[in-house]
Design a protein around this ligand. Structure first.
Ligand code: C2E
Ligand code: CA
Ligand code: CA
Ligand code: CA
Length: 277
């Protein structure tokens, strides 16, 4: 309900063609990273379809702009990605996520937290060392941090990206391919990617009930993922019909409004204690 209500007064940067306004928003974002009271993370559980267990959460950034209200990540992440600002932003997100995972783990809830990466991190040879340093400082076991990347990020510079991915993974961090089915998928790179999980994009999952083509794509993605030895996650699971269909197809994990919306950490604690699987 919280998420729904907030969309009412959401700022839409895509309608804002004014370059000066976009520049101002970037400046606001830069200050928000330093300020600490506008940016927060929401967490959305991933549910094991066979047993109902919570397998982890995805961390999703939220920005409460002092004047514009809630600005959606789809509005400012691409903007930040086109500048160097994405690096401090990602460090900020990682810092919060890792500390939250540590807090949960210390309180007897060892829940893996997945953080979305951007192209710039993936192509930065220093990124893995920074991540391992953070984990070490906070004292979080590597198994409790995961990263989500997209194929298009990898395809920007495959050799560079593969080197970073291999270093992260050999250090024990699991990796997931996000938005599967949307970009140009290359079979060659897909089987070379050192990943553990494949996430089928929500557009296919949502359309699966009405469209034969989308249902075929979901089925094919599940088979492909399993043949590559990956765990397959469906995102955008909004109703029981989708849960039943995905279970039938042998999909491993589901994430979506049917189970829970992304929520602040405090609400997640409550949700988890009420959740009966
Ligand atoms: P994503 O990584 O594909 O995240 C999934 C999006 O689907 C999230 O949108 C989530 O709130 C939404 N979602 C989850 N379940 C459902 C459902 O059942 N139905 C529908 N319609 N939507 C659902 P959100 O939080 O607005 O994030 C949008 C995108 O922004 C993310 O897509 C991701 O690409 C990016 N993003 C969010 N947080 C971060 C971050 O910390 N760092 C980076 N680099 N990107 C982020
Ligand atoms: Ca994601
Ligand atoms: Ca996605
Ligand atoms: Ca995405």
């Amino acid at each position: 309900a919280r998420e729904q209500a907030s969309t009412v007064q959401q700022y839409d940067a895509s309608n804002d063609t004014n370059a000066a306004n976009r520049l101002e928003l970037l400046g606001d974002l830069r200050r928000a990273i330093g300020a600490d009271d506008q940016l927060s993370l929401h967490y959305q559980p991933k549910i094991d379809l066979a047993g109902g267990r919570v397998t982890g959460v995805e961390a999703l950034i939220r920005w409460q702009h002092p004047r514009l209200g809630r600005v959606a990540p789809d509005q400012f992440i691409p903007m930040a990605e086109s500048t160097s600002l994405i690096r401090p932003l990602t460090s900020h997100v990682l810092d919060i996520a890792v500390r939250q995972a540590k807090d949960w783990s210390d309180r007897g809830m060892p829940i893996p937290v997945a953080v979305n990466l951007s192209t710039r991190c993936l192509l930065d040879p220093h990124f893995p060392a920074q991540v391992f340093d953070l984990l070490h400082r906070v004292g979080l076991p590597v198994a409790l941090l995961k990263f989500e990347i997209t194929e298009s990020m990898v395809m920007t510079d495959p050799e560079k990206a593969l080197a970073v991915l291999r270093e992260l993974r050999s250090g024990g961090i699991s990796l997931s391919i996000d938005d599967f089915g949307t970009g140009h998928s290359s079979m060659t790179y897909l089987q070379r990617l050192p990943v553990d999980e494949l996430k089928i994009d929500k557009s296919f999952v949502q359309a699966m009930g009405d469209s034969h083509g989308d249902a075929v794509l979901v089925r094919t993605a599940i088979t492909l993922g399993h043949n590559l030895g990956l765990s397959v996650v469906a995102e955008g699971v909004e109703d029981l019909a989708a849960v039943a269909a995905l279970r039938e197809l042998g999909c491993d994990v589901a994430q979506g409004y049917h189970f829970a919306r992304p929520m602040p950490a405090e609400d997640f604690d409550q949700w988890l204690s009420d959740y009966s699987g």
